[in-house]
Structure formats: structure tokens, C-alpha cells
Design a binder for this molecule. Structure first.
Ligand code: FES
Length: 107
């Protein structure tokens, strides 16, 4: 198992209060810009097929556009039902103005 750093996008690719969907290394991710701070989560809602990067963002909460369940973008914790399972989050590093995350990979 080794840790690799994935460069996801330039910081200017995600406007404040918005999110960007990215597919890389078998992951489908949402990159959020919350007041100039970047957060990365899985894009797919834990309740169903909702895409969180295409959902409603209010401050640090994203409300799924399928059944209106909501998560805290910073922690991945469920904020409102019908979601019951927290969202996976990835610690972010900014390297040379790019949003990056570390992931473990077999090898
Ligand atoms: S798919 Fe997201 S709340 Fe149901």
C-alpha cells in the first residue's frame, strides 16, 4: 500500500460557493470551495444516486438534489435525513495553487 498525491484542479477552477465534479483514479469526487477554503468529498450521495457537486450549497452544507438529505462539506457528517451514512471526505493540500489529496493505492 502506498500513498500517492492526486492533483485535482487549479484553485481557480472552483468558484466560491460552488463545486466541481472530477473523476480520477477510479474515484468520483466533488471539490468544494467554501469561502476560499477547499474541501473534497465523494461526489455520490450516500443515500442514492444524487451528485453532490450538482446539488445545493449553502455555506458549509450541501443538500442533495434527489431527496434533500444534507451533509456538512467540511466533515462529511449527515446534517439531515433521509441520509444516515456520513460522506467520505479527503484531507486537502494546496500545492502550487492546485487542490490535491493523498490516496492509498495497492502496489
Ligand atoms: S440520493 Fe441524496 S438524499 Fe437521496
Amino acid at each position: 500500500m502506498q500513498l500517492i498525491t492526486l492533483e485535482l484542479c487549479h484553485v481557480t477552477a472552483v468558484e466560491e460557493g460552488r463545486a466541481l465534479k472530477l473523476e480520477t483514479s477510479g474515484l468520483t469526487l466533488a471539490v468544494f470551495n467554501v469561502s476560499g477554503e477547499y474541501f473534497v468529498t465523494d461526489d455520490v450521495c450516500t443515500h442514492g444516486p444524487g451528485s453532490l457537486s450538482e446539488s445545493y450549497i449553502l455555506d458549509d452544507v450541501v443538500e442533495c438534489n434527489f431527496h434533500n438529505g444534507a451533509f456538512n462539506i467540511k466533515t462529511g457528517e449527515v446534517v439531515s435525513a433521509p441520509c444516515t451514512e456520513n460522506l467520505k471526505t479527503y484531507p486537502v493540500k494546496i500545492i502550487n495553487h492546485h487542490v490535491c489529496i493523498d490516496i492509498s493505492q495497492e502496489g
